[in-house]
Each structure stands twice: as structure tokens, then as C-alpha cells.
Design a protein around this ligand. Structure first.
Ligand code: GRG
Length: 314
């Protein structure tokens, strides 16, 4: 895909994702105003909206609609894309807390705890995670109430995927292994490191692609292929993240660099070097793109998106 066409297509999709994510944020009430504000601050800080984009593109493979026309986005997809971004944002908010990474800068601005305090940082993350499930269950319940059983079933399966991939056998498991590795001076074997990457980073990307497919009626076999594509993209994404921590520009990244080395942390880059890491990012991305060929629909934008991540600067 031509670079300019890709940029134009990406902008359309990012605005659709922004619109969806913004439209579902809970309103502040009389006494819960602070936590609602901290949730809004965290979500609306920007970010690439990659996971909702992956979910939307995966949905469009099986059930195409015009991403530039906000009205044509199915309501359940809009709610699930938002839930996906809220879960991702909660993980960043909690990861930045003093009890975890103690980071003060995220998405180019002060982290949530830095603005609202530690306690509110914990609550904002909890609120986002919980609200994600509220949203997904609300959509499934409304289909149940209107007797649209197949759509209700798809929502329940997709919500189950998000819950599983975000949980103890998914992202939280990966974060646990990461914290434990830090506990023994950052040392981790290559096997442990791959577990951390696949779970901490890969699982939410897998969930985005799988849930998008499931909501649009993908079969079990197709959903398994989406999972493998997500795993390849997720590992490549994390290796690139580690590369950017060494050679990236903190102004472009919107967060500080050099933290892995400062913390003596084992990463794919520290084990294999920069050049091999770049090669692995490309290999995994190509593998993901060729797996897409076994799925229906128009994969051109999805492939271009994966390509763009190989050379991303933030
Ligand atoms: C606290 C349960 C819990 C989990 C934390 C996601 C995570 C696990 C930690 C954040 C730190 C980190 C380096 C995670 C790896 C995944 C990753 C690179 C997240 C950043 O994703 P982007 O680049 O962020 O898509 P934006 O800001 O663009 O949304």
C-alpha cells in the first residue's frame, strides 16, 4: 500500500476508534467525580489505539463496513473496541504506579498517579477494567433481551476471550513473571522472556484480533489463526519496544528511554543484540502477514499496519 494512502486510511480508522472510545466513557456523578475524571484523563491521553484498530480490521475481514462512516460501525463492535482500550489503559495506569514501574511520563504527559495520587491511580485502573466488563455484558444482555441469540452468543464468547487474555493466564500472568524476574536482578532465561512477551504484550493483541473476528462470525479455526497472528504481532511489538528503549527518541515515544539498561533488565535486545532483534521483528511480522492469507476479506490495510509497526518510532 502506498505510504500516503496508508496514512489517510490509518487516520480514518484512528478517528473512528477515538470516537468509539470517547463515546463510552462513564459520566461523573456527584461523589465519584474524581475517579471518573482520572479514568477520562487516562483514556483520553492519546495513544496509538492499536488494539481497537486490530479489532476493527479483524471484524472487517469477515463483515466489511466503511471505516470512514461512523454510522456504519456496528454498536457491539464500538463497545468492544472501547472495552479493549480501557483494559489496555488500565494496564498502563497500574504499570506506572510507584508499586510497579514508578513512571511519571506516559503518552507524553504526566502519569495518572502523578496527577491524581497513588490511591486514585489504583482506582482509575480498577474502574477502567471493571467498566470494560460492564460495557461488554450490557451489549450481550441487550441482545439477549431482544432475542438476537446469535449476536448475544458472539458477545459472550468475545467477552470471555478478553477476560481470559487479560487475566492470570494472560497479561496479568506475563506481568507477574516480569515482576518476578525483576526480583532476581532482571535475570530471565530466553524461555521466561518469551513467556513474558507473549503474555504481557501478546495476549491483548491476540484478544483484539480474536474478538473482532468472533463478533463478525469467524469460525473456531479462523479464530485460532487470528490468535497466532496476534501472538506473532505481539512478540514483534514487544521486541520493537525493547529496541526503542535503547535507540528510540523519548520525545517521540512520550516516555523515558534507557530504563531496561538502567534496571539491568534482560530483554530480547540484551540477549540477542540490536541487529538480530530487528531481524526477528521483521520475520515475525512477515509470518503474521502470510498467515492472514488463509483468512477471507481484504487484508491490505491490516498488512500495511503490521508493516508500519516494524519501523515505528513510538
Ligand atoms: C499492570 C496487570 C498489569 C499489566 C501491565 C501492559 C503492561 C502490563 C505494562 C506496560 C508496560 C509495557 C512495556 C507493556 C508492554 C506492552 C506495551 C508495549 C504497551 C504499550 O502499548 P502501546 O505502545 O501504547 O500500544 P499506547 O500508549 O500507544 O496505547
Amino acid at each position: 500500500m502506498d505510504k500516503n494512502v496508508f496514512k489517510e486510511e490509518l487516520n480514518k480508522r484512528v478517528s473512528a476508534a477515538e470516537k468509539a472510545v470517547k463515546s463510552h466513557i462513564p459520566e461523573a456523578g456527584a461523589y465519584n467525580g474524581k475517579v471518573a475524571e482520572a479514568m477520562d484523563y487516562s483514556v483520553m491521553a492519546g495513544g496509538k489505539r492499536l488494539r481497537p484498530l486490530f479489532m476493527m480490521e479483524s471484524f472487517r475481514l469477515f463483515c466489511p463496513f466503511d471505516p470512514a462512516d461512523a454510522e456504519s460501525m456496528p454498536g457491539e463492535l464500538s463497545a468492544f473496541m472501547s472495552a479493549m482500550e480501557y483494559i489496555h489503559t488500565y494496564s498502563l495506569v497500574h504499570d506506572d504506579l510507584p508499586a510497579m514501574d514508578n513512571d511519571e511520563l506516559r503518552r507524553g504527559r504526566a502519569t495518572t498517579w502523578k496527577v491524581y495520587g497513588d490511591g486514585m491511580g489504583v482506582l482509575a485502573g480498577d474502574g477502567l477494567l471493571n467498566y470494560a466488563y460492564e460495557l461488554m455484558i450490557r451489549v450481550a444482555s441487550s441482545y439477549a433481551a431482544s432475542g438476537e441469540q446469535e449476536l448475544c452468543r458472539r458477545c459472550i464468547v468475545a467477552a470471555g476471550i478478553l477476560a481470559d487474555k487479560a487475566g492470570v493466564n494472560g497479561m496479568i500472568g506475563g506481568q507477574c513473571a516480569d515482576l518476578e524476574a525483576e526480583g532476581h536482578g532482571g535475570s530471565a532465561s530466553e524461555e521466561e522472556l518469551m513467556y513474558i512477551h507473549e503474555h504481557k504484550t501478546g495476549c491483548l493483541i491476540e484478544a483484539a484480533l480474536m474478538a473482532g473476528g468472533v463478533l463478525a462470525g469467524a469460525s473456531e479455526k479462523e479464530t485460532e489463526i487470528l490468535e497466532k497472528i496476534g501472538s506473532d504481532i505481539g512478540i514483534a511489538f514487544q521486541i520493537k519496544d525493547d529496541i526503542l528503549d535503547v535507540i528510540g527518541d523519548s520525545a517521540k515515544l512520550g516516555k523515558k528511554t534507557g530504563s531496561d539498561e538502567a534496571n539491568d533488565k534482560v530483554t530480547y535486545v540484551s540477549l540477542n543484540g540490536l541487529e538480530n532483534s530487528e531481524t526477528e521483528v521483521k520475520r515475525l511480522s512477515r509470518e503474521a502477514e502470510s498467515l492472514m492469507d488463509s483468512l477471507p476479506g481484504d487484508k491490505e490495510f491490516l498488512k500495511a499496519l503490521v508493516d508500519s509497526l516494524i519501523s515505528r518510532e513510538n
